[in-house]
Design a protein around this ligand. Structure first.
Ligand code: AMP
Ligand code: GLY
Length: 424
């Protein structure tokens, strides 16, 4: 199969590896990819926003399947363009992608299809005084969310009403540009978080093992919110009872709802839940794989992932394409640049890297790296994802950290407590 994978992060390196392992004859192109994806794919770099270039690339290279990693191209409608040109795409339409690209769309959708979520109200920039009154009447803490895509940074939680009003003003004044001209104010949910991926063909789906990510920069969930500092899977907090509820109350309702709106959901539905009193409540939907959950979750999957995505993209998912390693646990530690998510220096040489083909049950996934002459240097906040697979979560954690410790670059920084919340 000829596959075009869109994206450049650790998630895409993990996806590229699985698409390659599906069948060594698969020919994978990654746009733009990173130095890690070159181990299993050919990196290409053309403007995916240019419809003609995109379609011509797919035709010229006989692409059988396009897999879209990040949310922005989906929100921009890449899946619609591909489907209009009879090119198979694993990723939802622009309309269905609003589950992620507009929090107010997602909330209204959940209301209509009775999907459990926190109480909320939507406000627009003209509603400042209404919004102030609403905050005055609300119980604290509350959660303030920019409506649009804000790279995971558009959510604030506060227990101070004055601070809440200041945050709202900043949002309305364009802290996140157009994305925060509309906001959702939501009831705070106190519980345990988990991420669950459903691979969907529009009507049917396969659930992958539940995972948890660590969003804060520092140990003990302190510090600023980041794109994710580590993950593990499966999480013991998601038992069969929770899975049953996620299936019937959430995933099946999304698929039914999107079908009734003539926009079947094809792709990876990422259900972000908070478990409160044994009930899963949706805190967010994403319409693609999560990063760094994917690095852990995919390492628990064996079989033909490429065929799973291909069959889903064609509307008839072949669930038996893959098997889940039910007796294994995976842990991923992110090696970041000191200072991330704020200012950090780039260009330091990374030493101790290995090709994944030389490792067993361990993986080094590239994210913010760059090839400079004959060296690999850090080129982003999240530099590498180190994943290990083992028979217990404790062992997976130990193996991931021991591999992480053998990799060196000048401003290397990582959390030391990934997976502890589930080991203790
Ligand atoms: P989101 O981008 O919507 O996932 O929000 C980012 C993070 O904020 C989540 O991972 C949660 O940790 C937290 N969060 C979001 N919504 C809520 C909520 N209603 N109650 C408590 N925490 C929340
Ligand atoms: N790990 C959360 C996300 O990918 O949005």
């Amino acid at each position: 199969m000829n596959i075009l994978l869109i994206g450049s992060g650790g998630r895409e390196h993990a996806l590229a590896l699985k698409l390659h392992e599906s069948n060594n004859d698969n020919n994978i192109y990654c746009n733009p990819g990173n130095p890690g994806t070159t181990q299993v794919a050919k990196n290409v770099d053309f403007d995916i926003k240019n419809k003609k270039t995109l379609v011509n690339f797919c035709r010229d290279n006989k692409i059988n399947l396009v897999v879209v990693g990040p949310e922005q191209p989906l929100a921009d409608g890449i899946a619609d363009i591909l489907r209009q040109n009879n090119i198979n795409c694993f990723g939802p339409s622009k309309y269905a992608s609003q589950l992620e690209s507009s929090k107010s769309f997602a909330k209204e959708f959940m209301d209509e299809f009775n999907i459990p979520t926190a109480e909320y109200k939507t406000f627009e920039a003209i509603d400042m005084s209404d919004c102030g009154r609403y905050i005055d009447k609300s119980d604290m803490p509350i959660v303030i969310k920019a409506d649009g895509l804000a790279g995971g940074k558009g959510v604030y939680i506060t227990d101070n009403k004055e601070e809440a009003k200041n945050i709202v003003e900043d949002f309305f004044e364009g802290k996140f540009g157009e994305a925060s001209k509309k906001i959702v104010i939501e009831q705070f949910l106190d519980g345990v978080e988990a991420s669950i991926f459903a691979i969907c063909d529009g009507e049917d789906f396969v659930l992958l093992p539940a995972s948890q990510d660590y969003k804060r920069a520092k140990d003990g969930d302190l510090g600023l919110n980041t794109g994710g500092m580590g993950s593990f899977s499966p999480t013991p907090y998601v038992d069969d009872n929770i899975i049953k509820k996620v299936i019937t109350k959430i995933v099946e309702q999304v698929l039914k709802g999107m079908k009734s709106r003539k926009n079947t959901f094809v792709g990876c539905l990422f259900v972000g839940i908070m478990i409160v009193d044994d009930e899963p409540l949706v805190i967010e939907f994403n319409v693609r794989f999560g990063d760094p959950e994917t690095q852990s979750v995919l390492s628990l999957i064996e079989g033909d992932v490429a065929n799973l995505f291909y069959s889903a993209a064609r509307g008839a998912i072949e669930k038996n394409s893959i098997k889940i390693k039910r007796d294994k646990f995976a842990c991923t530690v992110i090696l970041a640049s000191e200072g991330y998510p704020e200012n950090f220096n780039k260009g330091f040489e990374i030493k101790g890297l290995q090709n994944n083909s030389t490792l067993k049950d361990k993986f080094i996934f590239h994210a913010g790296t760059k090839q400079e002459n004959n060296k690999i240097v850090n080129n982003g906040g999240r530099v590498l994802g180190i994943t290990a697979l083992a028979s217990s979560l404790k062992e997976a954690k130990e193996n991931a950290y021991s591999l992480a410790e053998g990799i060196y670059f000048e401003n290397k920084y990582y959390r030391t407590d990934i997976a502890d919340s589930a080991i203790k």
